[in-house]
Design a protein around this ligand. Sequence first.
Ligand code: SF4
Length: 377
Amino acid sequence: MYTEIFERTSFAEGSEIIRSKKKEDVERALHRASSRLSLDFEDYLSLVSPNAFSYLEPMARLSKEIKKERFGNTIQLFMPLYLSNECRSSCLYCGFSYENKIPRKTLTEEEIRKEAEVLQKKGIRHLVILTGEDYSKTSLDYILRAVSILEEFFDSLSIEVYPLDTDDYQTAIESGVDGLIVYQETYDKKVYAENHYRGIKKNMFYRLEAPERGGKAGFRKIGIGALLGLSDPLGEMYKLGEHAKYLIKQYWKTSFQISLPRMRPAAGDFQKIVSVNDRDFVRFLLALRISFPDLGLVLSTRESPRLRDHLATLGITSMSVESKTEPGGYSNSGALKQFEIEDNRSVSDLAASLRRSGLDPVFKDFDRALLFSKETL
Ligand code: SF4
């Protein structure tokens, strides 16, 4: 299990190891990457390190080349669909936290259909379904009923809901879900405990093992990530790289993706944001691209249009678009948002901007029929 590896190096030690990397280590990693040799974990840590700051240009060049070799010019576009903002967990940084006195809403089947119709008209074929953590209001049965409605409208459905057991993940796959997303939020045990003090989410290790249970269940793709802004970003990047390396090796049939959401303003009075500036953020993404060439890299609407346009050319494989972070947001329910977004461009505006940069936005990266025909071979 990854948890055994996780316990071998503490979060603080991981951060220190990254800080100890020298310019020669960064140059060695870049030399290996330029020669298309496989990078090891030490190379990855060197590229994440503060000393890689002076090498952003060669890193960007390499990143661009590697993305093109592995994924061509494509950028897959998807939209999130929030089914509910009911939550029994308390996460200090989140607008949906149990303590926050906000209007709560769980979409009815009719409302889910209405949202799906709006999204389908925008041309979207890949949807991520989200809920808070409330087993009673958004039970697995409720989620699967939503899936059976949404299947009529979309080619690919991923879930970003509370962690489940392996059997439940298998049930979700059999019901038509092909992707799983579980962001760890923070890999720092102390900060995790301080920020998650109530509900299912309090159990850090149950969440940490969720991508692995998803791999065992057989998801086609799995997304992991850390919420940058809760703790030392270098510690997060150490643990995230370690986690990705383990999962890619163990569950080689699954394709893995990483996202690095940065903290955004939300309801509540969370103040303790650890700032991650643009240059560090870009360096982290480039380090991931160069070190894990087949890894999907996801960029959310939390980032500005300018930065998204720039990063799209440097190694990103998938972007959310026109996101509404409140249940019923596409058909105007008036419920409260989970957080604010920065890039408000429409699907067609973002697609046009990507095309101007020579990229090829794709709305569909997968055909269910292919999955079934492969399985029956
Ligand atoms: S982050 Fe998720 S679990 Fe935590 S309060 Fe928000 S919706 Fe609930």
